[in-house]
Structure formats: structure tokens, C-alpha cells
Design a protein around this ligand. Structure first.
Ligand code: 5GP
Ligand code: MN
Length: 355
């Protein structure tokens, strides 16, 4: 936790106390960690400062996470897709910006220019590899940690207001932090550290309703989610000789099963349960691109594969990116061949490198 030192915490508290207009931004298509860290910081700022804050999202909060934003007034939760001018103005005109759970401005998609142009002091709180530190006035970047939510928890615990007592966190912040850590660790299955369990323990002792969170996260889906999962695993999954499992969801399949944002959350992990599978890819077709999710077992780098062949990046064993249509492939029908060719090169070159 090199960045969490008394000098940086003092700087953070000074920036917060001087700010009049604070905005919180996270990555496009926000997941549980993005929403959890943002909502937690929002309630901390609303509780302990007169400035308050606005959360500015590029895309809407997915339905399975909307329990986190209940009670936040519409004027404090601005979605660029719905209100582009208001969203960009909130970012440009802020005097303090929190950038949570992303490592470079382009990960905020269409908010990128507003972030670049904003004269605000910018604070990074993130757990991805290779952060653009030079873009920020204060960086808290830690990769050996479960989530941006855990890092936010560690930082808030150091502040004078919380003073290492989790029961001093606003209840809504505590719930949001537990939620973000839970989704990014896949419910304690990956990237858990001793500090992660200490955080969970302190939050439980402070009264967080973990059963309630789990019910929201995992027991509120529509029937379509399991129906499309069945179809994916039975009919759409291919396993290559290199130990790569991949599934391509084209637009027609996504529409047939009425798949909404968040409905396929966690599916990309499942093929890793097969002994010979080293890496798993899930592709979803969108307009003029395919979004790619990659997960890998220890010893195979999802991050490297994403950055070499899928215009992306992320963490060592959980990464993402995209294929442009046209550009990387002519159409969705070419995706399978692209994946097989490039993952073969990736895994065989890796073997050569190891010799
Ligand atoms: P997911 O597969 O859950 O969408 O993303 C897994 C991880 O990869 C997340 O940490 C996410 O931030 C990162 N990631 C996803 N898509 C991209 C991308 O297009 N570019 C980069 N640099 N990282 C991505
Ligand atoms: Mn995260």
C-alpha cells in the first residue's frame, strides 16, 4: 500500500476540504466495483462535506446494481448517454474529480475529452495494471488488492473522520464497498488477500447486511439469463487444442434471449472449471464492434492477450477489450477464426519464450 501514506492522505483531505464542486467518474459499462467504489465515495463526501458530489456515468447503472443508487437524487447521478451536456459539464466544471476503478481516461469512453479538458484536481483510486499516473494530481494505485472498493475502503479508513473505525462509515458507503469487493472477487473466489477478509470482517461487524447484498447480486435475475447460459454451454462453447474456451454471442442470440447489460456477468469464468482450459473468452457483438472478456488461470496472462490482440487490457487473470468491425474482423462470422488464430500464436509463442 505504498500510495496510502500520511502525506497522500493529508493531501486528499486538503483537496476535499477546499473543493466546492466534486465529481466522481468511473469506467464505461460500470460493474459492481465501479458502482460500489463510486457510491461509497459519494456518501462519504455527502456525509462529511458541504460540497457533496455528483456521480457521472458514461452508461446507465445495470439493473442488478440499482439497489446501490436508491436514494441518490437524480441531480447527483448523471448518465452521459441520457444527458450528454449535463454530464460533460459536471466533469468539466468540477474543481475536484475522483477517477475510480479505471487506469486511463479513455476507459470512461465518451467522457474522455471532458476529463482531459477539466482543470479540476484529479484523484485516481484504481487497481489495474499500468495506470496513467501523469494524468492525475494524486494517485492511489495498487494492484495487489481485490478491488477499487477495497482500496477506497483502505483510504477512507485512514481519514480523520473514519479513523480506522468502520462503524464511522456511512451505512450506504459500507454496503457499497462490500458489494464492489464481492463482485470483483467473484464472491471471494479470486484476488482475495488477507486485507480483503479483514475488510469484510470489519464491515460485517459494522452492520453490513451481506445476505441482503448477495440476494440483490445473485438472486434477482430473469429466467432468460439461465436459458442463454444453457444455450451457450451446450451449443456455443468451443474448446481449442491450446486449451482456449471461447463463446461468441452474436446480436441475433443476444436479442433472442433478451440479454441485458449484466445478464452475462460471471459466465466467462465458468469454462475455467474445465481442467484443460487455460483461458476463456466471451465475445458479445455490439454496433461496429465486439466486446471481449478474457479470464485465465495462473501462468497465462489475460492482460497480455487482451493488450496484444484485443485492443484492451485489465488485470493479469481478468481482462477485456474489443474487436472493431470492420477493422480487426470483417464481420461477426470471422470472430471464431480470429480468436483461434491469435490465441494459438499467443500461447505457442509463450511456450517458445519459456524455452
Ligand atoms: P470484464 O471482462 O469484466 O468486462 O473486464 C475485466 C477487466 O478488464 C476489468 O478489470 C476491466 O476494467 C478490464 N477491461 C475490460 N474491457 C477493457 C478494455 O476495453 N480496455 C482495457 N484497458 N481494460 C478493459
Ligand atoms: Mn475493479
Amino acid at each position: 500500500m505504498e500510495d496510502i501514506n500520511s502525506c497522500n492522505i493529508d493531501k486528499l483531505e486538503k483537496l476535499i476540504s477546499q473543493a466546492r464542486r466534486i465529481a466522481i467518474v468511473t469506467h464505461m459499462k460500470p460493474d459492481g466495483d465501479a458502482m460500489g467504489s463510486s457510491v461509497a465515495m459519494y456518501h462519504y463526501l455527502c456525509t462529511f462535506t458541504s460540497a457533496g458530489a455528483k456521480i457521472v456515468l458514461n452508461d446507465p447503472c445495470p439493473p442488478y446494481l440499482q439497489f446501490l443508487t436508491e436514494g441518490i437524487p437524480a441531480s447527483d447521478l448523471i448518465i452521459r448517454q441520457e444527458k450528454p451536456v449535463e454530464a460533460e459539464t459536471a466533469v468539466r466544471d468540477s474543481d475536484l474529480l475522483f477517477c475510480l476503478d479505471f487506469n486511463a481516461f479513455h476507459r470512461a469512453d465518451k467522457l474522455e475529452d471532458a476529463l482531459k479538458e477539466s482543470k479540476a484536481d484529479k484523484i485516481l483510486i484504481d487497481h489495474h495494471l499500468n495506470p496513467d499516473r501523469e494524468c492525475f494530481d494524486l494517485s492511489f494505485s495498487e494492484t495487489d488488492i481485490s478491488s477499487a472498493s477495497e482500496l477506497t475502503y483502505q483510504i477512507l479508513m485512514e481519514t480523520g473522520r473514519i479513523a480506522h473505525d468502520a462503524s464511522m462509515l456511512p451505512a450506504a458507503s459500507a454496503t457499497a464497498l462490500m458489494t464492489g469487493m464481492t463482485t470483483d472477487t467473484n464472491n471471494f473466489a479470486n484476488s482475495t488477500y488477507p486485507s480483503t477478509f479483514r475488510m469484510a470482517s470489519a464491515l460485517l461487524a459494522a452492520g453490513v447486511d451481506r445476505d441482503g447484498i448477495l440476494a440483490h447480486l445473485y438472486n434477482q435475475y430473469g429466467e432468460n439469463r439461465l436459458r442463454v447460459l444453457g444455450h451457450m454451454m451446450k451449443d456455443l462453447m468451443t474448446i481449442t487444442e491450446d486449451g482456449v474456451a471461447y463463446i461468441v454471442l452474436d446480436k441475433e442470440t443476444l436479442e433472442r434471449y433478451n440479454v441485458a447489460e449484466g445478464d452475462t456477468e460471471g459466465f466467462v469464468n465458468m469454462p475455467l472449471s474445465i481442467s484443460e482450459v487455460r483461458m476463456s473468452l466471451l465475445l458479445k457483438e455490439e454496433d461496429s464492434k465486439v466486446r471481449v472478456s478474457i479470464r485465465s488461470k495462473k501462468g497465462t496472462s489475460a492482460n497480455r492477450c487482451a493488450s496484444l490482440y484485443f485492443n484492451g487490457g485489465g488485470h493479469e487473470n481478468a481482462a477485456g477489450g474489443k474487436l472493431n468491425i470492420p477493422g480487426d474482423i470483417a464481420g461477426i462470422k470471422d470472430a471464431a477464426e480470429y480468436i483461434e488464430r491469435h490465441t494459438h500464436i499467443f500461447l505457442t509463442q509463450k511456450k517458445e519464450d519459456e524455452k
